[in-house]
Design a protein. Structure first.
Length: 201
């Protein structure tokens, strides 16, 4: 009984929403940390933070730690998330249009129904990520890791998929231009838009 109470209390404390004032201080310290080449200020440690619906448009979160944070429905339009740790994060229905996610760690992230139109995801790690029904129109996924990711029903029209690792990726019912898909790396475990197995030739 005590262990259960402790577990529930820990869960409550972890998911407690960060106040706008505290979040502002964290972001200001992080900006100083970035601007000083990590000699002043502090890296943004937002691990397991509750940031549901937060307005983070144009915010610089380069190399920030957002592991397992709840950012569902958050506004991250044109946000800078280069090299950020965003694994296991909840970004369902988040707005990430024109966001910079180059080399970000998005392993096991939930990006279902997210808007990633024209997002820069070059060399991002999206292995095992959930991108079901996400909007990735004209996104750049050059050399990104999408192994075993779920892209079913996603919109990939106009996306740059050149050299993207799509081994084991689920693309069932995804909207994608065949010539673009041909540039990606697929294998026999890739599920193609028509429901058949790859590789796509």
């Amino acid at each position: 009984m005590i262990n259960l109470l402790f577990k529930n209390l820990k869960k409550y404390l972890i998911t407690r929403r960060i106040s706008p004032r505290r979040l502002k201080r964290i972001l200001e310290a992080h900006q100083l940390w970035i601007g000083s080449r990590e000699t002043n200020g502090h890296r943004a440690e937002l691990r397991e933070a509750n940031l549901i619906g937060s307005d983070l448009e144009n915010v610089d979160l380069r190399r920030a730690n957002l592991t397992r944070a709840d950012m569902s429905s958050a506004v991250l339009v044109m946000a800078d998330l280069r090299e950020a740790e965003i694994s296991d994060v909840n970004l369902t229905k988040a707005y990430l249009r024109d966001a910079d996610l180059r080399e970000a760690d998005l392993r096991k992230a939930d990006l279902s129904y997210a808007d990633l139109t024209q997002a820069n995801m070059i060399m991002a790690n999206l292995s095992h990520a959930n991108l079901k029904s996400a909007n990735l129109m004209e996104a750049s996924l050059f050399r990104s890791q999408l192994k075993n990711a779920d892209l079913s029903q996603a919109d990939l029209r106009g996306a740059d998929l050149s050299k993207a690792n799509m081994r084991g990726t689920n693309l069932k019912d995804a909207m994608v231009v065949e010539d673009d898909l041909r540039e990606a790396v697929t294998d026999e475990n890739t599920i193609l838009p028509d429901g058949t197995n790859g590789p796509f030739n």
